[in-house]
Design a protein around this ligand. Structure first.
Ligand code: MN
Ligand code: MN
Length: 293
């Protein structure tokens, strides 16, 4: 029987960090400073980053992290803040959306109501397709489309994307929620077509294949990457320890040798605006929303 205390702790820290980070997203705030502060908050609360905190804007649904030294400051964007915390590999994954324009409140609400509907539906024995149906119906009722090729996921120790996949629409599947599962549910609502594709220029990566490398810079950087426990990392983290010219050289070599995998920004195909909400749940006799604080 797994002890869930570390999952509860990771979830609580993630929830606190999300609340803290959400309040920092304001016109004039610099994106890199906001993300750095969120990371500091996670560590000060006793957690570690399960992946780099990220703020995806407007038609970008996920996986946007600024380059080191990026001076971008928020103005009127639709900002989805997504962060993950781990405590000894037990993960809490949570997200919310901040509308700085004031014109997209209903889109934000669509994702929030969808996560509420999904949580209400979640219980031992419930089909994941029923959760997806609840998400789809809520988002459609708001006049938007769910993003169908993004989904929630099981959470494993040191494994962010574990089985099962939790659809954001009724995929007619028969997989059910089981007692003891930890899952992240993450509806995305969009004014576009409800599909994303991968853009270029990833800044998020993870180690997938441990293999020796010859180049001295690449070897040094690979050593640092190994300290992330196979969890995703971002170029900004490496830039704190190494010159960017070495980082870029090493990342290129590591990608070419299939040692790391890139997670490029995910952009809505029709460039619709995208909102997101996410919570991590423990499926038990009574479902616990681990990241709700
Ligand atoms: Mn997330
Ligand atoms: Mn997630």
């Amino acid at each position: 029987m797994e002890d869930y205390s570390e999952w509860r702790e990771a979830g609580r820290i993630a929830g606190e960090a999300l609340k803290y980070g959400k309040a920092l997203i304001k016109p004039g705030a610099r994106i890199t400073e906001v993300l750095d502060k969120i990371e500091e908050k996670i560590y000060s609360l006793g957690g570690k980053c399960a992946f780099p905190p990220q703020i995806s804007m407007n038609d970008v649904a996920a996986h946007y992290c600024p380059e080191p030294g990026d001076e971008f400051c928020f103005k009127d964007e639709l900002c989805s803040l997504d962060l993950g915390v781990h405590v000894n590999g037990a993960i809490g994954d949570t997200a919310c959306t901040v509308d700085l324009s004031g014109n997209n409140q209903r889109l934000v609400e669509a994702a929030e109501k969808a996560i509420d509907a999904a949580i209400e539906k979640a219980a031992i024995g419930v089909k994941l397709s029923e959760i997806g149906a609840a998400i789809q119906e809520t988002i459609s009722d708001h006049g938007f489309a769910p993003v169908r090729n993004l989904s929630g996921h099981g959470l494993g120790r040191f494994k962010i994307h574990d089985e099962p996949s939790v659809p954001n629409y009724n995929d007619k599947g028969n997989t059910v929620l089981k007692k003891g599962m930890t899952v992240a549910i993450e509806p995305f609502a969009t004014t576009g077509q409800g599909l994303i594709h991968e853009a270029d220029d990833a800044t998020i990566f993870s180690l997938i294949n441990k293999k020796p490398v010859r180049n001295i810079f690449t070897r040094q950087i690979l050593k640092e990457i190994e300290s992330y426990n196979d969890l995703p990392f971002t170029t900004r983290w490496l830039a704190r320890k190494f010159p960017m010219i070495k980082v870029n050289f090493a990342l290129k070599e590591l990608l070419q040798n299939n040692i790391i995998k890139a997670y490029p920004p995910l952009v809505e195909v029709a460039h619709g605006l995208v909102s997101q909400a996410e919570h991590s749940l423990l499926i038990d006799d009574k479902v616990e929303v681990l990241t709700r604080v």
